[in-house]
Design a protein around this ligand. Sequence first.
Ligand SMILES: [Zn+2]
Length: 316
Amino acid sequence: MANVERFAFHVPSLEELVGVLQNGLKANFADVQVSVVDCPDLTKDPFTFPAKGICGKPRIADVGGVPYLIPLVNREKIYDMNVVAREMELPGAFILGAGAAPFRTLGVNAEFMPIIQAESEERRAVNGSYIAQINPADGGCLLEKYSEKYEDCDFGLLANLYASQGQPGKVIEVKARGRTGKHNFVTCMRETLGKHYGDKPVGMGGTFVIQKGKAKVHIMPPEFSSCPLNSDEDVNNWLKFFEVKAPLICQTVFVSRDPGFDLRVEHTHCFSHHGEGGHYHYDTTPDTAQYLGYFLPAELLYRIDRPKETHLVGRD
Ligand SMILES: [Zn+2]
């Protein structure tokens, strides 16, 4: 098992978070409505997840890290989501988030949208994950459901994960429309929490749908860089950027403040049912952008296999 560090987040009540997020998002969106609702059935469209909800022992994991990808790749770094679930003390967890694809299985590098009900003593794992890679035929985006070709629950290099028992229950619903500020949807929520809670770290995760508009995403190229990527500029020249269209189903993890574990404080990957997906940066259509999301604050953080040598390149 990898090295695992554990930290207890500050966990505000859902009612309190509603007020805080409503206020913060108002500065960034024309129309905002935050409330506590029953989590919709996430096995239904457009989510089609293997679990009904995101409730029950909500936890966040930051596995590996960007230093295993750049300046040069570390090809040893392959993880198994079933092992990660046990390391999070939640065997059988429903896990969603953003990470790097299992390059050893795929034979190429790609974006990974983990959506996995991990194995338990009673049942096998259900892998509802997607991968987005550069289409070798035309250089465009190629989005595929992982389980249509592969049987494992692996991923590579790094992942930011939200885990729960996958149960129905109360969640925070966020509706936001018409972006008036410069922050993307997730950054806006993260900075709002940071401002309000200060040195008390709050971590959240969940899923949201970009219902209208378009978004800028990136997909890592199929080959890892053979020359070292030493700056954000190097990384941006290596990545492939696309504008993709709604509806996009996004999985996100964000932390208001890093309590000293070298965290990636926000990470969001999206898939769709029309063949597009990738690493979410921001919507490119502020006037028409419309978001609908479901989130919960995490109780615990698990920092798994933290890189010993680190840097701040490529964290966007
Ligand atoms: Zn990413």
